[in-house]
Design a protein around this ligand. Structure first.
Ligand code: GAR
Length: 207
């Protein structure tokens, strides 16, 4: 049997994208497995799910600065990932900007999911930004992580309509349902070796 690609998920909160990925990994023939969950938050729901489902989890203190991570924590994450032969790092609601060793060593091997159609509405609260701007469609984006925020080459986007009576919560919920499809699809393509990056474009080859 072909060995499945080992992935690490980084999550700060609820962890529904982590759960969606874990669900996909349980499907027969899925080319990846989650070998490690890393969180910067001892209260993260993702940790509870990891413990319940037997996925190894680690909490790493990323430092007091909100949205940022210390270089030491980046080094530690890299060390953990290397030791477990992690080939892909997936940010799933990880609320810190990744920098340092982890980012350098996993360049081109790190994905993020964002709750808007990039390049619109980067950064925090992508759903609220879309609502406030008045767009008719928003959605989610899975992209490679580079040195800027939410700017890396785009793998998958899914579109959702914005309804006139939407609140931030209702729009977020509709987008989240698509996130849970988009991330497993993106990881499947990556782990199956079906992606090629040409400049800014991510090209997909047939199975
Ligand atoms: C998701 O909507 C994800 O797209 C977003 O945080 C949420 C995490 O939910 N990420 C960002 O906003 C990153 N800038 P989850 O913990 O249930 O997966």
């Amino acid at each position: 049997m072909k060995e499945r690609m080992k992935i690490a998920v980084l999550a700060s909160g609820r962890g529904s994208n982590f759960m969606a990925l874990a669900g996909a990994c349980r499907e027969e023939g899925y080319p990846a497995e989650i070998a490690l969950l890393i969180s910067d938050n001892t209260e993260a729901g993702a940790l509870v799910f990891a413990r319940e489902t037997g996925i190894e989890s680690v909490v790493i203190d990323c430092g007091p600065k909100r949205g940022s991570m210390s270089l030491e924590s980046s080094e530690e994450m890299y060390r953990l990932c290397r030791k477990r032969r992690i080939e892909l790092v997936c940010l799933a609601g990880f609320m810190r900007i990744v920098k340092g060793r982890l980012l350098e060593e996993y360049a081109g091997r790190m994905l993020n999911i964002h709750p808007a159609l990039l390049p619109s509405f980067k950064g925090l609260h992508g759903q609220k930004q879309a609502l406030d701007y008045g767009v008719r469609y928003s959605g989610c984006t899975v992209h490679f992580v580079d040195t800027e925020i939410d700017t890396g080459p785009i793998l998958i986007q899914k579109v959702v309509p914005v309804m006139e009576d939407d609140s931030e919560d209702s729009l977020s919920e509709r987008i989240l349902a698509e996130e849970h499809k988009a991330y497993p699809e993106a990881v499947r393509l990556y782990a199956a070796g079906r992606l090629r990056i040409e400049g800014r474009r991510v090209l997909t080859s047939d199975e």
